[in-house]
Design a protein around this ligand. Sequence first.
Ligand SMILES: Nc1nc2c(ncn2[C@@H]2O[C@H](COP(=O)(O)OP(=O)(O)O)[C@@H](O)[C@H]2O)c(=O)[nH]1
Ligand SMILES: Nc1ncnc2c1ncn2[C@@H]1O[C@H](COP(=O)(O)OP(=O)(O)O)[C@@H](O)[C@H]1O
Length: 213
Amino acid sequence: MTRRCGLLIILSSPSGAGKSTLSRRLRDWDPSISFSVSATTRTPREGEVDGQDYHFLTEAQFQRDVANGDMLEHAHVFGNFYGSPRGAVQAAIDAGRDVLFDIDWQGAQQIQNSALGPHTLSIFILPPSIRELHRRLETRGQDSPEVIAKRMRKSWDEISHWAEYDYVLVNDDLDETDRRLKTIIEAARLKRIQQPGLNAHVKALHSEFEETR
Ligand SMILES: Nc1nc2c(ncn2[C@@H]2O[C@H](COP(=O)(O)OP(=O)(O)O)[C@@H](O)[C@H]2O)c(=O)[nH]1
Ligand SMILES: Nc1ncnc2c1ncn2[C@@H]1O[C@H](COP(=O)(O)OP(=O)(O)O)[C@@H](O)[C@H]1O
């Protein structure tokens, strides 16, 4: 039987709109979803664990991985490099698991345009307002005022790609956004391409039909 290639679930949003929060909730809801731990050259935030939140690399290490073809996609965001290590994604795909990516629009485009494109499910998270986006970055309390200002300046660059995604959610009420996100994933899992076992099932139905008519 054809092996199932899981869904590649891509979440993008301007910084602070809530994708890390939603991504954590998704993984609690279904631990079989494999989170693609990105590599980055940015400095770890307080509480971030290497290998869990990100693989924190030097720029030389990052560029070496890119040159070796070890990044499925990569991009320069807010002055740092970010990329999705290919090996872990391939291992999850080989195990038939869904993979969750928290990446920017550049990474989303690269995966959508690759051979894996037909298996992607892309979701863009919009904030309810720019003012609320700013408030969330401030209340998250993890970035300096300069870093927050930079992310706010760049927010429109990200938002302007909203229409390139399969689904768009306005993350106003967190529980409601979370519920909608799970509904989208449940529906995508029922797409024909996600159920290769259907071919065998329909074949069996056909044999039975021929025998009984
Ligand atoms: N292309 C790409 N973007 C990434 C990757 N990992 C994170 N990003 C994006 O980089 C941006 C900054 O991420 P981060 O520094 O964690 O800040 P945060 O979004 O405010 O939590 C966000 O838009 C992420 O989606 C990756 O592996 N590839
Ligand atoms: N719907 C929401 N309503 C209010 N606060 C939210 C909501 N979603 C996320 N937050 C908060 O906003 C801040 C930024 O969220 P986060 O998930 O870190 O964003 P991102 O990963 O997109 O940068 C966090 O403090 C988070 O708890």
